[in-house]
Design a protein around this ligand. Structure first.
Ligand code: SF4
Ligand code: SF4
Length: 221
């Protein structure tokens, strides 16, 4: 399962973002942030107590099943009274959820989390980034393993000089992805791929802000 990985902002930063705001409504989400334990029901309750402790008045809290879903406005409307009493909503979801909810509320939305990356769940509680969505994919030459995401230096033309017995010099607990790529290509009889020169990364391939329109006749059925 693919997840948005988040971490909570520190109390000091949240309090600074809430400067001049006394009445706060808190929103958590039932999907990724619940799994990350950054914005699930227990964290919403803990945040409520924390903010009460620094003098804020919590007008209410709620959990949205899927905050990034456009129909989250239906869940929000069930809490109209408490939301209308608040001067701002503290959103304990990924940035996608914050922006979705921000479009549905009149009051300001304040993010309580930082969104780190998109990851695949490898085991219970273990999330691993699989793609930074760089827009210039090299997987065809790297045996399907991503060096942009998995190499600590983001190298795309082979390993640095620090590979040590197949481990990364920056994190000795982690396999050097270029050793994994070498082993994979060797097993596939495609080691020649490692000799292909990857030109300097083009960091301007993604439109800012990201937006794309696919004409209907070009869409696959
Ligand atoms: S090179 Fe890596 S980060 Fe870039 S698109 Fe491919 S998998 Fe994603
Ligand atoms: S040891 Fe391997 S994974 Fe680590 S920085 Fe060097 S090339 Fe990248």
């Amino acid at each position: 399962m693919i997840r948005s990985i988040t971490k909570q902002k520190g109390t000091e930063e949240i309090v600074a973002l809430l400067e001049g705001i006394e009445r706060v409504f808190i929103v958590g989400c039932g999907t990724c942030v619940t799994m990350c334990r950054t914005g699930g029901a227990p964290e919403v309750e803990e945040m409520s107590q924390r903010l009460t402790g620094v003098g804020k008045f919590i007008t209410g809290t709620m959990m949205i099943p899927v905050a990034c879903d456009e129909i989250s406005h239906e869940a929000l409307s069930e809490h109209d009274e408490a939301i209308n009493q608040a001067e701002a909503a503290l959103i304990m979801t990924c940035a996608f959820g914050v922006q979705t909810i921000g479009r549905q509320l009149q009051i300001p939305v304040i993010p309580a989390l930082d969104t780190l990356f998109i990851a695949k769940e490898r085991g219970v509680g273990l999330f691993e980034e699989i793609c930074t969505q760089c827009g210039d994919c090299v997987l065809g030459d790297t045996g399907g393993l991503c060096p942009v995401t998995s190499c600590h230096k983001g190298l795309v033309n082979g390993p640095c000089g620090g590979t040590n017995n197949g481990k990364c010099e920056i994190d000795p607990d982690k396999d050097c992805v270029w050793t994994l790529i070498y082993d994979r290509l060797k097993a596939q009889g495609k080691l020649d791929r490692m000799r292909r020169y990857q030109p300097p990364r083009n960091n301007q391939v993604s439109p800012m802000p990201g937006k794309i329109f696919i004409p209907i006749e070009e869409r696959s059925e």
